[in-house]
Design a protein. Sequence first.
Length: 152
Amino acid sequence: MADATAGLSFESVCRDGVEVRLARFYTPADGRHVPYYHFQILQYGREAGRVNFRPASTPSVLEYDGHIGYEIFPRYRGQRLSQQAVSLLLPFIARHGFDSVVLTCHPANRASARIIEALGGIYRETRAFPHMRSFWGRQRSIYHLTVPHGCD
């Protein structure tokens, strides 16, 4: 796999008190997972969560993990911080050459589904993964999100 960071720089971006700051680019050594960018989500300087971007389109990313994953810490939930963070990252994702990305969530996670839909994500299907053993369960609702270009 080519170096996903080649020619792309990113430190942080901020709007309306929400900042997305690059914490690290991970290259997992296990050979089963794709490299990914790990970002901190800060609200007025305090860490409120994290968002990851996987700049690869492997079967696992397209069918289960998604290109983008996020987590908001409990005390910061309900403020649409993940929606703001993903929106702030879209120009960076566009610079990676993506016209669309996949986001997934557990079918029972209506809060995450609402965030994805508010971003413009289009529901495609819910798939079962009976052999998958994961903290996030064995089913995933799969959404496609168009990545706008020229929005930096």
